[in-house]
Ligand binder design. Structure first.
Ligand code: ZN
Length: 419
């Protein structure tokens, strides 16, 4: 298939974009892409490619923007129930930590997810996956962590594998048994840490070998935060996981700086997320490492909190920056990476070009897939979006709507909005 007549073909060609390189879109005017067997075969101008491939079926982009599929590199996609009541409480003045201490927060979703049947969990998660795809996300990272007991954590992993199998949305799973301290371990985070290290991680590894048909191991993630896992517990879990071969992620410095960002750099984690309260020396350590810094602007936005990730400081220090939704039933039920881009422009002060790169090629790096997705280059998976605009800056500039017209996953048109 030859997709031609893109006003701007955003290739995002080249490696993930560090520091002030961020925002290199690799635009081809009147661009075209040849797709073969689900993979990008050639990229060039419409004139060149039409001459070289007159017999390929043509898809006319109609003078609009064509770009790589959006990659949402941080979500908690798989849960049951909702927390609309909690949203109302927060509006009335309760803080996130107060709600968590009062038995709300993550643990409310843990109860609902433990009680949900396999079918309910699958159906509710699938509904969100469909919305993600319809808003242009073609690959999503998705964490467990609403089970906090082995059986429910495995059911979450099972749900993610089943949905990935169904497609077309590609799902990259993360095991996050260390998302919160469950009610039965309240006040004894050390014992729960031991349970994760000694029981959950080995069971997950074996279950994965038996059920994933040879896929690489999922990520292991930890919520390193006051009220969740302290630095020592986080280190214990991540080091154990690393020894077992799991790639690592960490939630760090969302409300308090505990040293999680520095730990991520030290352990060679693939990404570190939130990074709102990260002190300057830890920003430097992270920026000089291979670990991707992932900002999650929907979370402070959802909390009505004025504190956002100091993205400019990460870029000035030469860091690799990505943006993601943090989709979850608490403060950030956000299924649109287009909205994340709009927030990143306003609150992280990224230009539309920087935000787009942070949501594609750099987001691919944040899930260890920069060699397969995140840009339009020969040999990469043909995950593409046709937008309903001629100017890429409308991503970011406009918000609250959906500029995606057509979604192509692995070379197949999987979704086409009318009009
Ligand atoms: Zn998160």
């Amino acid at each position: 298939m030859l997709i031609h007549s893109a006003s701007q073909l955003l290739t995002l060609a080249g490696p993930p974009q560090r520091g002030d390189e961020l925002g290199r879109l690799g635009i081809i005017s009147d661009g075209a892409v040849l797709v073969k067997d689900g993979v990008v075969a050639e990229v060039g101008t419409s004139a060149e490619l039409k001459v070289r491939h007159p017999d390929a079926p043509w898809l006319d982009a109609g003078g609009k923007v064509v770009m790589p599929g959006l990659v949402d590199s941080h979500t908690h996609l798989v849960w049951a129930g909702d927390r609309a009541r909690e949203f109302e409480m927060r509006i009335q003045g309760k803080t996130y930590l107060e709600i968590m201490t009062a038995g709300g927060g993550i643990n409310a979703t843990v109860q609902a997810t433990r009680q949900a049947s396999r079918e309910t969990l699958l159906a509710q998660t699938r509904a969100r996956a469909d919305i993600l795809l319809s808003n242009g996300t073609t690959t999503v990272e998705a964490k467990t962590g609403y089970g906090l007991e082995t059986a429910t954590e495995l059911r979450q992993l099972e749900t993610l594998l089943a949905l990935d199998q169904e497609g077309p949305l590609e799902i990259i799973p993360t095991f996050m048994g260390a998302h919160a301290i469950p009610p039965e371990y309240q006040g004894d985070a050390d014992r729960f840490t031991q349970l994760i290290c000694q029981e959950m991680l080995p069971v997950v590894k074996q279950w994965w070998a038996d059920h994933s048909a040879g896929r690489p191991l999922p990520f292991v993630d930890v919520f390193c935060e006051a009220g969740a896992f302290n630095l020592e517990q986080s280190r214990c879990i991540l080091e154990t996981a690393r020894q077992m071969g799991f790639p690592l992620k960490i939630h760090a410095d969302e409300f308090e700086a505990l040293g999680g960002a520095r730990l991520a750099a030290e352990l060679g984690a693939v990404s570190a997320e939130h990074l709102v309260k990260t002190p300057p020396e830890d920003i430097k350590a992270l920026a000089q490492s291979q670990t991707v810094a992932v900002a999650l602007p929907p979370t402070p936005f959802g909390l009505g909190d004025p504190n956002y990730t100091p993205a400019k400081a990460f870029l000035e220090a030469g860091g690799l920056l990505a943006i993601a939704s943090d989709l979850n039933p608490g403060p950030a039920w956000c299924e649109s990476m287009q909205f994340v881009i709009a927030l990143a422009c306003r609150y992280l002060r990224l230009t539309p070009a920087q935000a787009i790169a942070a949501a594609t090629i750099n987001a691919a790096a944040a899930v260890n897939r920069a060699a397969q997705i995140g840009s339009i280059e020969p040999g990469k998976q043909a995950d593409l979006l046709l937008l309903d605009t001629e100017d890429y800056r409308h991503l970011g500039y406009r918000f609250g709507g959906n500029l995606v017209k057509t979604v192509i996953k692995r070379g197949q048109v999987v979704l086409s909005h009318p009009g």
